[in-house]
Design a protein around this ligand. Structure first.
Ligand SMILES: Cc1cc2nc3c(=O)[nH]c(=O)nc-3n(C[C@H](O)[C@H](O)[C@H](O)COP(=O)(O)OP(=O)(O)OC[C@H]3O[C@@H](n4cnc5c(N)ncnc54)[C@H](O)[C@@H]3O)c2cc1C
Length: 439
């Protein structure tokens, strides 16, 4: 529970150190006139912008020690949040410096920006880097992001690395706080090497190493219903590939059509007879074609990731709520909780033909305590429980939800609604665990 504060402490310690380095060289500017004040603040914004960029990279580098401190989805959330701080400091950096230098040189703000641009190679690179970072930040605003395909958005996002490389030169060469301060320079290099070392190790080298070690390949694909398929994966030494029920991984299928795309899917069962299974719904370009992937196709698996796991449960009753394809991690979870726990599954879909794994779920009831509620919202031919998982449903069927751990996975809108209902019924935030199918 206190793990997240370790990361907060680590981040704050770095920020304090940066402010301290900045204050020791630019602190005098604070007691000067407005021109000097702007110069000092402009430098500070530049340092913050560089630090926030590095923090952005750390959040998405899929670093196991960070995922242990804060779960994958929280790191993704932090990545979005930090993007805002980054954007603000990025924009303020050239504005403050421009205003300060323009006043000193007695020219207009825009004339000063023009002069900056042609000052030397480092500043041209920095401006270009700034342009890229601002563009990426803008296309990441959720409304704009939804207007483009994920692949397009992701490809543009990758240019951030070019921006970081372009901006680095001007930080050390021209940054007023670095001049003559070897310790600060050394610290700055360590930050960059640390961040990009972790990125390289965990996002690139580790998946390739795991691929080489386990030789993951597609075994076969099975249809679960009209638009849901299960993909079975074989590999070598899978005993040492430790997956916890409820986790997911990012899959790259190495055939002509797909090698350049990586998509996340949850494992839909524990490893059985040396075979891994993921189950996906045909929702778009990639998943529409994935059912046709050939047996024997090699797969690079980046993972497992995620903290939607049984280990978080501390109570004797566990309520698992799955909406639609959100059943995939939940299916794996329900068979894995300690046998002494009472597990209640609420499985909600739009139409009865959307149910998958019904036979498997029924089979689990023979092996452990598992109470199941199947719920259908938009199908008049369904004769069982109708409606959605709302306050009325929870009050009527799930007793003592305030004493249970709740796991849920489903469409974002459904999870928002269910979460609100759970809280009204007394469930505590610390005992609601969820997996979002979006990064
Ligand atoms: C942690 C996690 C676990 C998931 N587990 C499952 C699962 O078990 N079964 C399942 O059917 N789906 C799962 N998904 C969702 C699945 O990744 C997307 O449905 C799939 O990538 C859609 O790709 P598409 O090109 O077919 O559809 P599109 O129409 O292109 O995309 C639909 C939406 O999926 C997301 N998406 C698309 N491509 C990617 C990508 N490469 N990486 C991340 N998100 C992407 C975007 O938000 C997009 O708006 C999971 C997602 C996450 C984040």
């Amino acid at each position: 529970m206190y793990k997240k504060y370790i990361l907060l402490l680590f981040t704050c310690a770095n920020i304090v150190l940066i402010i301290w380095f900045w204050y020791s060289s630019s602190g005098d500017l604070l007691s000067g006139d407005n021109v000097q004040l702007l110069l000092g603040l402009g430098r500070l914004m530049g340092l913050f912008a560089a630090f926030f960029v590095l923090f952005q990279v750390m959040c998405i580098a899929r670093i196991p020690w960070m995922e242990k401190l804060l779960s994958f989805d929280r790191l993704t959330y932090l990545h979005h949040l930090n993007g805002l701080w980054l954007l603000i400091s990025l924009i303020l950096h050239p504005i403050f410096l421009g205003l300060s230098y323009a006043s000193t040189n007695d020219i207009s703000f825009w004339q000063q920006q023009y002069n900056f641009l042609f000052y030397g190679d480092e500043l041209v690179g920095a401006f270009f880097g700034l342009f890229i970072l601002v563009c990426v930040a803008v296309i990441s605003i959720s409304k704009i992001r939804r207007m483009m395909s994920y692949e397009m958005w992701y490809t543009v996002h990758l240019t951030v690395y070019i921006a970081i490389a372009l901006a680095f030169g001007h930080e050390i060469e021209l940054g007023g706080d670095f001049v003559g301060n070897n310790i600060f320079q050394a610290y700055w290099y360590i930050l960059y090497v640390g961040v990009f070392g972790n990125l390289l190790a965990y996002r690139f080298i580790k998946p390739v190493y795991m691929w080489n070690k386990h030789h993951f390949v597609v075994d076969h694909v099975e249809s679960e219903n009209d638009n849901v398929y299960s993909l079975y994966i074989r590999g070598k030494n899978l005993d040492s590939f430790k997956v916890q029920s409820g986790q997911f991984a990012i899959f790259r299928f190495l055939d002509k059509k797909r090698w350049w795309k990586a998509h996340p899917f949850s494992f839909s069962s524990a490893v059985v007879d040396g075979v891994l299974r993921v189950t996906f719904k045909d929702l778009g370009d990639f998943t529409h074609e994935l059912g046709t992937v050939s047996s024997g196709t090699s797969i690079i698996i980046d993972g497992p990731h995620g903290n939607f796991v049984t280990a978080r449960s501390t109570r004797d009753t566990v309520v698992c709520i799955a909406g639609g394809i959100g059943i995939t991690p939940v299916r794996a979870l329900i068979e894995s909780f300690d046998k002494h726990k009472q597990v209640i599954l609420v499985y909600s879909v739009k139409s009865k033909k959307d149910f998958v794994f019904k036979d498997e779920i029924e089979k689990i009831t023979q092996e452990r305590f598992l109470k199941i509620y199947y719920l259908v919202s938009d199908d008049t031919s369904w004769e069982g429980l109708k409606g959605r998982v709302d306050e009325q449903f929870l009050n009527m069927y799930i007793k003592n939800i305030d004493k249970a751990d709740v796991y849920m996975c489903g469409p974002i809108a459904m999870m928002k609604g269910v979460r609100a209902s759970l809280k009204k019924c007394g469930a505590s935030n610390n005992h609601i665990f969820f997996e979002k199918f979006s990064l």
